[in-house]
Design a protein around this ligand. Structure first.
Ligand code: FAD
Ligand code: NAD
Length: 159
């Protein structure tokens, strides 16, 4: 099967956008990721999936901790920066949550410690036990069909 067909199919699943952050050699590092999911309520677990070509892989494997920053619709530049789509250096004033660097203005900051990892194909899945959470008001940045979107109106659909 062609990679493009698979990516086009997966792109039909609209997601939010996160930046996964960690600390490595006393400096904050981040990587844009939409492969994020809530896993368990008791205990509170989440999962992220990191490609084997990503430099971030070594950092999360070493630190054994990560934070998930769920981006707001005014944070597309953060997504593009941490995906390497914008090359300009930007000086970000990271905040701290449970000892991890987190992005200011994210809708949710979720700090975790790695409790297990699973190599699957060309990605590794990291299960994180949630240590602390901080929330902000706002609307989400969305990713659909390989493009960024924002909600025009928040319309609740109920039967
Ligand atoms: P690097 O090139 O090392 O870092 C990425 C960028 O972040 C660089 O430009 C770097 O300058 C910047 N950066 C890092 N730390 C800082 C800092 N402290 N201050 C300022 N800038 C900093 N890949 C996956 O593996 N899993 C996914 O779920 C996933 N989802 C994605 C979703 C979207 C919407 C997009 C656009 C990309 C996604 N990717 C995903 C791809 C991934 O984001 C890129 O391949 C990324 O560049 C790989 O990270 P790296 O660690 O190799 O990159
Ligand atoms: P795209 O059309 O490549 O992405 C559409 C969907 O395909 C994504 O939401 C994701 O579910 C899936 N996908 C894309 N690349 C993948 C990969 N290497 N492994 C597993 N699933 C993948 O969108 P785009 O705008 O061209 O993406 C920008 C860049 O970010 C590309 O280089 C893409 O490979 C990368 N990306 C990687 C992942 C990932 O590794 N999980 C997810 C999204 C985007």
């Amino acid at each position: 099967m062609e990679d493009r067909l698979f990516r086009d199919a997966m792109g039909k699943f609209s997601t939010g956008v996160t930046v996964i952050t960690t600390e490595f050699e006393n400096a904050p590092h981040g990587m844009t990721a939409n492969a994020f999911m809530s896993v368990s309520l008791d205990p509170k677990l989440v999962v992220v999936s990191i490609g084997h070509k990503a430099r971030f892989l070594e950092k999360i494997k070493t630190s054994r901790k990560f934070a998930v920053n769920i981006l707001a619709d005014n944070q597309k530049e953060y997504s593009m920066t941490f995906a390497g789509q914008i090359k300009d250096e930007i000086d970000i004033k990271f905040e701290t949550l449970a000892g991890l660097p987190v992005l200011p203005g994210a809708l949710a900051q979720v700090s975790c410690e790695v409790v297990s990892e699973y190599v699957e194909g060309d990605h590794t899945l990291f299960i994180g036990k949630v240590l602390d959470i901080k929330l902000e008001e706002g609307n989400p940045l969305l990713f659909f069909g390989g493009r960024y979107h924002q909600l025009k109106e928040l319309e609740v659909i109920q039967s």
